[in-house]
Ligand binder design. Structure first.
Ligand code: NDP
Ligand code: 8X3
Length: 250
């Protein structure tokens, strides 16, 4: 399989690239931090007999997305799996004092970025007459919690797009799946709190969060179902988390 993972410089995306690499699959990895992409490419190619293509671009920029994908070799355009993982939360506060820049970053990345790459790659999958799009949603796309307003809205949009894209691509034999995690300890909360590591650490205090590897294993499993089987939607939580806000801290 050839697997394109967006947001592979960190967290869930990086672990996803690693598990596919270990299992001998070629990869296209993307993100904005070029150094990290280059390091990961070198590591994965040295440790596994695979080919990794690193594409550095900002998923919020349609031109950058289209240029990056159009420059792929014809072999690399035969993408079997697109993992729509790049995304972020910015801020956690009430709507009346929300920062416009935070809102725009989330909407532009989680919704518009996902749309840009899905449109571009689904056209390649249609030509290839097969493919699988795996969208990383969230528990925040299934319920809304206090101060989560815009982030929750973007992940509800991913939930809706997951269903809509599946309908649109049905006739082309392309599978579409959502993997929706609860709390996973990555750089997610550091980004959400604008680099405040102490504040980020407190999110996971007193409980065992999911690891990015837990989610990567689920993504790998989803991508490896037989051709006639599609997993539409999975909600995966730490055992210590019942809902977005019901958490059992010891
Ligand atoms: P990380 O912050 O560790 O990773 C986010 C990744 O997204 C990075 O590789 C980053 O790359 C990439 N990214 C962000 N913005 C852009 C952009 N504008 N252009 C290109 N790439 C971008 O967080 P996670 O691994 O936790 O998050 C991955 C996904 O999982 C997100 O969609 C998130 O919403 C979702 N999720 C996370 C949960 C959690 O608790 N951690 C729970 C539920 C869902 P770079 O900075 O190099 O561009
Ligand atoms: C990330 C999970 O609960 O922090 O999508 O919104 S949560």
């Amino acid at each position: 399989m050839l697997v394109l993972v967006t947001g592979a410089t960190s967290g869930i995306g990086k672990s996803t690239a690693e598990i596919f690499a270990k299992n001998g699959h070629n990869l296209i990895i993307t993100g904005r931090r070029d150094e990290r992409l280059k390091e990961l490419k070198t590591k994965l190619e040295n440790e596994n007999k695979i080919k990794v293509t690193a594409l550095c671009f900002d998923i919020r920029n349609l031109k950058e997305v289209e240029n990056a994908i159009s420059q792929l070799s014809s072999e690399n355009k035969k993408i079997d799996v697109l993992v729509n993982n790049a995304g972020l939360a910015a801020g956690l506060g009430p709507i009346q004092s929300g920062e416009i820049d935070h809102w725009e970053r989330m909407i532009d990345t989680n919704i518009k970025g996902l749309l840009y790459i899905s449109r571009t790659v689904s056209n390649l999958m249609i030509e290839n007459k097969k493919g699988h799009i795996i969208n990383i949603g969230s528990v925040a796309g299934k319920e809304v919690y206090a101060n989560g307003n815009v982030y929750c809205a973007t992940k509800h949009a991913v939930d809706a797009l997951n269903k809509g894209i599946r309908i649109d691509l049905l006739q082309h034999g392309i599978k579409v799946t959502a993997v929706n995690p609860g709390m996973v300890e990555t750089e997610f909360s550091i980004v959400r709190f604008d680099g405040d590591k102490d504040k980020a650490k407190k999110v996971y205090a007193g409980l065992q969060p999911l690891t990015p590897e837990d989610i990567a294993e689920t993504i790998f499993w989803v991508a490896n179902r037989p051709a006639h089987v599609n997993i539409n939607d999975i909600l995966i939580m730490p055992s210590a988390q019942a809902t977005a806000t019901n958490v059992n801290r010891q």
